[in-house]
Design a protein around this ligand. Structure first.
Ligand SMILES: [Zn+2]
Length: 214
């Protein structure tokens, strides 16, 4: 009983030691605010991450500037939301004629967000805790800003179909090239409101999406 007990105990200690080493070697992301922001549960929206591994506020800010996604002008941003709208219809029963009653507009979104996985565990100092709190606040604000982009396109993508339907109502013999041009113009309006939202909020900074560091 005693001998078996010692062997068992040694094995347990070895397992605990190994677990500690393994846990130590797999870095955990610092808790972010994305879940709270609602960005992770938007329909037709997938989220991708880019990674930061710094341990100091200055290096973290630097990595945000260097690693973030680029916008349509080629400028680095802390996060981005790209969307696409497609319009589809079926051919009419006689094969050639378009059946406009089947017109459908669909959208899909890809959101890119920063995730922070420090190369080494952070210490438990007050500064370190404050930095992690700031990360959570900042990422929640980012998530809420990007969620507004997503909400805009979820609501407004139907304007593309509305514009085509309006043109069809005015001219039922409208050809596909013309319909496509009308759709493109409607899309351009959506892109414009997207940009205006970013100008109005300074890319979310006026909504708190600005990392203050420690
Ligand atoms: Zn934005």
């Amino acid at each position: 009983m005693v001998r078996r007990g010692i062997g068992f105990l040694l094995a347990q200690l070895l397992i605990i030691e190994l677990m500690r080493e393994i846990t130590w070697s797999i870095p955990e992301p610092i808790q972010d605010g994305y879940h709270e922001s609602g960005i992770l549960s938007q329909p037709y929206t997938s989220v991708s991450y880019y990674y930061l591994d710094a341990v100091t506020p200055e290096a973290l800010k630097q990595q945000l500037r260097e690693r973030g996604p680029t916008d349509f002008l080629g400028h680095r941003r802390d996060a981005s939301t790209f969307w696409k709208v497609k319009w589809r219809w079926s051919a009419g029963s006689k094969g050639t004629k378009t059946d406009w009653s089947t017109l459908r507009c669909l959208y899909a979104v890809v959101v890119t967000l920063p995730r922070w996985v420090p190369v080494q565990p952070l210490d438990s100092t007050v500064q370190s805790r404050a930095l992690q709190q700031e990360w959570r606040r900042f990422t929640k604000a980012i998530g809420m800003h990007e969620r507004e982009h997503v909400a805009m396109i979820a609501k407004d993508h139907q304007q593309v179909c509305d514009a085509i339907r309006k043109a069809v109502a005015e001219d039922p013999t409208i050809d596909l090239v013309k319909a496509d041009n009308i759709a493109e113009r409607a899309l351009e309006k959506l892109r414009k409101s997207d940009r205006e939202f970013d100008i109005a909020t300074d890319n979310g900074r006026t909504q708190g999406a600005r990392f203050a560091g420690g």
